[in-house]
Design a protein around this ligand. Structure first.
Ligand code: ATP
Ligand code: MG
Ligand code: MG
Length: 383
């Protein structure tokens, strides 16, 4: 009986558990929440904090290898596990992805352009911010996700005020860029250095949260997609990365004066794990991002995933849940090529990721049409 372990019990852990179990592994999840989406479906659920020595020891004892499903697991805990078991991605790689300043320095090292930025840890650094970074977005260096821990600032006064309201924690200020579109790439890299990737995802965010992902031929100019794949691969290689990595990109409107000198493609951030934008691979590819995670963790071969269907994924946020009941799944599931994924979360609060819905079909036109029908049924804004 071989057991694979995962730090964190959210929906990404749940889908990892499903993939691992499909391939015959037992699973262990460490998460303090008794009702965590992954803990509830795992063979073992270790209900301790992420740094609890007894919890970490039990995870290490049960498992042949351990991964993580969210980037805010303390890198220290991963380092402790790594003393006795293979851990991928490594504590060092996760540590870089956890800190926007370290992450951006890594992008620069790899020669991949990111938005002009300044690190702000002191009042003097804030005062020294060049004018051309405004208007900008102030982002906490650590712990932010789904647009949390961010403030858009137009002036120095607003910048000063935003930093004060963030309790002056370490931040980066990024120049606000004119985005034409956003895309992301999932790469998987094995311990032997072999690297494969999924087709490039085109993403639409609303209020800082991923809303829609579209993946089909023609979703992006092919040359751009190739550059994004090459950049993601070099970012993974530069980290000596083992596991699944998602790199998010901005594509700039090149006609805009602010964009000049950056080329079209700018890296935004990376996630050291499978990513919401890669969920379409469960239904539209012959190897999903979660199977890639299992394969990299268990040191199994990687083969290039092939997408067999056009796909549109809609995120299902708590916003669309009626007060007493559930959305009209019966109407949605009557549409062709609908794949409903729910994460088993009880409280449908605003902005909470409750599940996702992927439409697969023969063509971009087909999947866009059915996804738009589903959006209308569910009260999701059209795209
Ligand atoms: P995630 O949940 O993806 O980790 P996050 O909280 O880390 O999100 P970012 O990816 O930094 O947030 O930003 C969220 C969204 O805000 C981006 O996808 C993009 O739409 C917008 N955004 C962020 N930075 C910039 C920028 N410099 N210029 C223009 N838009 C931006
Ligand atoms: Mg992020
Ligand atoms: Mg992001």
């Amino acid at each position: 009986e071989l057991t694979l372990g995962v730090m964190g019990g959210g929906q990404l852990g749940r889908m990892f558990v499903h993939a691992a179990q499909t391939m015959g592994y037992f699973t262990a999840v460490l998460d303090p929440d008794a009702l965590s989406p992954a803990g509830r479906v795992s063979h073992h659920h270790i209900q301790t904090g992420y740094t609890d020595p007894a919890g970490l020891q039990e995870l290490a004892e049960r498992c042949v290898a351990i991964t993580t499903e969210f980037e805010n697991v303390p890198a220290q805990a991963l380092a402790q596990l790594a003393a006795s078991r293979p851990v991928s991605p490594s504590a060092a790689a996760v540590g870089i992805a956890q800190d926007r300043a370290a992450e951006k320095a890594h992008f620069v090292r790899c020669g991949v352009p990111c938005a002009p930025y300044a690190v702000i840890e002191t009042q003097a650094q804030l005062d020294a911010v060049p004018d051309n970074l405004l208007p900008g977005i102030l982002k906490t260096a650590r712990m932010g996700y789904d647009g949390k821990g961010q403030a858009r600032v137009r002036t120095r006064a607003e910048l000063q005020e935003a930093w004060a309201s963030m309790q002056q924690v370490p931040c980066v200020l990024e120049k606000m860029l004119p985005l034409q579109l956003e895309c992301s790439v999932i790469v998987a890299r094995g311990a032997d250095g072999q690297c494969v990737h999924l087709p490039v995802q085109r993403n639409l965010h609303r209020d800082g949260i991923l809303a829609v992902t579209e993946v089909y031929e023609g979703n992006l100019p092919p040359a751009l997609a190739q550059r994004a794949q090459a950049a993601a691969k070099s970012i993974a290689e530069g980290l000596g990365y083992v596991g699944v990595l998602c790199v998010e990109f901005f594509v700039l409107d090149d006609s805009h004066p602010q964009a000049q000198g950056l080329g079209g493609l700018v890296v935004n951030e990376m996630a050291p794990r499978p990513h919401n934008s890669g969920h379409y691979s469960l239904d539209a590819c012959d190897i999903s991002q979660f199977e890639l995670q299992v394969r990299t963790l268990a040191q199994l071969p990687l083969t290039p995933p092939r997408q067999h269907s056009a796909a549109v994924m809609l995120n299902l946020l708590g916003d669309i849940w009626p007060a007493n009941g559930v959305p009209a799944w019966d109407q949605v599931l009557a549409l062709p090529g609908a794949h409903l994924h729910l994460y088993g979360k009880a409280n449908a609060s605003k902005g909470r990721k409750m599940g996702h819905l992927t439409f697969t079909g023969a063509s971009a036109a087909d999947v866009r049409a059915t996804a738009l029908q589903a959006a209308a049924i569910l009260g999701i804004e059209a795209f």
